[in-house]
Structure formats: structure tokens, C-alpha cells
Design a protein around this ligand. Structure first.
Ligand code: ZN
Ligand code: ZN
Length: 266
């Protein structure tokens, strides 16, 4: 009976997770942005605001290390299992999105830049969708673009239960402290906004732009260079201000797994 019961529970959790994966991205965006606005109007505090913006900037930087550099472009190999699981926990706690969904969307963006079916360009899906684009977990993935990730059991586990973990965490936070929940939503909204600024600004106009905000974008400002080749998309030290590169080199990567930008920036 116990085994049957636990089996039923697992089936139920899987069904809930599948449902959440279908709507999770939209629910997340609505929840965090509306909660952030409500918190600013009803519980405004300068110190909390400053801390949550700094936290949001760090969340954005660490999320980009995992979902952009590590998952989408295989820029480095994790130093050990502890680092790997730490990075998985970041994508859940910071609401960064499932690594599989994120990498799928972003790899399509690199292959079909600014033409259909690029899902991350104002030229194909418009500015608003590009700004808020948080890849849906219910997409039917063409496996040739993400074969390495689909074959990775850990990535698939995080993907399957992503919104179950993330929403459980948000609910616990809300029960523990509604104000903290509100300011965490503000941090997450700010981290989404930084990515939104990067994706919309860099792909506005006739050619891919670099953006003059290197510190704010945590070293992702040189987007034109990033798109020049597969090799360019896989280097650390994308610029002299590559804060992600500093963290990757010093704390996260096996040093022999790194390739560097040629010329002056080595
Ligand atoms: Zn791009
Ligand atoms: Zn990229």
C-alpha cells in the first residue's frame, strides 16, 4: 500500500510539474513584476530597494554564467560536483529559467539570428516579447540543437521539476516574510530587466550592437563580438569588464577547460 501510495504521489507530482512547466514562465513574469510594483508602492524602503537592486544585478550575472555561458555555449567545465549543484541551485533560486529551455531558445537565437524562427529578437517577435522572453518549458525541443542537454539526466531533472521547485520556494518565502518575498520579486524583476535590456538593445537597428554598460551587464556588453562566431561565443574574457569571466576562472571552472579571447584581452 505504502509503495502504491508513494507511486501515486510521484505520478501526481509529475502531472503538477508538467502543468506548471506549461504556464510557469508567464505566471512567473506576472507574479514577480506585479509583486515588485506592489511592494514599491506599499512597503517602500530606500535601504531595501538598494539591497534588492544589487542582489538582482548579482542574480542576473550568476544566472548568465549558468544558463548563457555554461549551458548554452559550454564555455567551461564545472570544477567539481559541488560547483555544478551550486549552479543548478542558482537557476532555481534566482528564477533564471530551466537550463534546457533557456539554452534551446538561445541556441536558436545564435543559429537564426534576427530571422525566423529566432525567438529572442525584436525583429522576429517584437520588443515586448524579446524583453520578457522567458523560454517556455513546454516547447517541443528539436533535439539536434540540445542533444547534449537532453542526454544529461541532471539537466532533465531540473527541467522537469523546475517550476515545482521554484514556486515552492516562493511560497515558503511568502509565508516566512511577505516583505522579503516582495523584495526578492523586485530583485528577480531587475535581473530579468537587465537581460531584457541586453536582448532588445543589442538587436535593435540594422546590425548587432555592443552596449556601453559593461559593469551593469556583468561582461555581456560586447554582444556584437559574441555573435561573430561559435568560437567567439565560447570564450571567457569577452571584454576587459567580463565579471562573469572573473568568477568563472577563479571559482567555477576547470582551468584547462577554458578558451580565451585572442589578442589583447588574454
Ligand atoms: Zn544576440
Ligand atoms: Zn550567446
Amino acid at each position: 500500500m505504502l509503495i502504491l501510495g508513494s507511486g501515486n504521489n510521484i505520478i501526481m507530482v509529475k502531472k503538477i510539474s508538467k502543468y506548471l512547466n506549461r504556464y510557469g514562465a508567464k505566471i512567473t513574469i506576472l507574479t514577480v513584476f506585479l509583486t515588485a510594483l506592489y511592494t514599491l508602492f506599499e512597503h517602500f524602503n530606500y535601504n531595501y530597494l538598494l539591497i534588492s537592486l544589487i542582489a538582482g544585478w548579482i542574480m542576473y550575472g550568476l544566472s548568465m554564467i549558468v544558463n548563457h555561458r555554461y549551458m548554452s555555449h559550454s564555455v567551461f567545465e564545472a570544477k567539481n560536483k559541488f560547483v555544478l549543484y551550486l549552479m543548478y541551485s542558482w537557476v532555481v533560486l534566482f528564477g533564471s529559467g530551466s537550463p534546457l529551455s533557456w539554452a534551446y531558445s538561445h541556441r536558436l537565437h545564435h543559429i537564426y539570428t534576427d530571422v525566423p524562427p529566432d525567438p529572442q529578437s525584436p525583429k522576429t517577435v517584437g520588443y515586448i516579447k524579446t524583453f520578457f522572453a522567458w523560454p517556455s518549458n513546454s516547447t517541443k525541443f528539436k533535439s539536434k540543437f540540445v542533444r547534449d542537454l537532453i542526454q544529461n539526466k541532471e539537466v532533465m531533472f531540473v527541467h522537469t521539476y523546475y517550476y515545482t521547485f521554484f514556486f515552492s520556494y516562493l511560497i515558503l518565502l511568502m509565508i516566512f516574510s511577505p516583505i522579503l518575498f516582495g523584495y526578492v520579486c523586485l530583485s528577480i524583476s531587475f535581473s530579468y530587466s537587465l537581460l531584457g535590456i541586453l536582448n532588445t538593445w543589442a538587436h535593435s537597428g540594422n546590425s548587432i550592437k555592443s552596449i556601453p554598460l559593461p559593469i551593469l551587464l556583468f561582461g555581456e556588453e560586447n554582444h556584437a563580438y559574441h555573435h561573430t562566431s561559435v568560437a567567439a561565443s565560447r570564450v571567457v574574457n569577452t571584454s576587459q569588464w567580463d565579471l562573469q569571466g572573473v568568477i568563472i576562472k577563479n571559482f567555477l571552472a576547470k582551468s584547462d577547460s577554458l578558451s580565451y579571447r585572442k589578442a589583447k584581452l588574454k
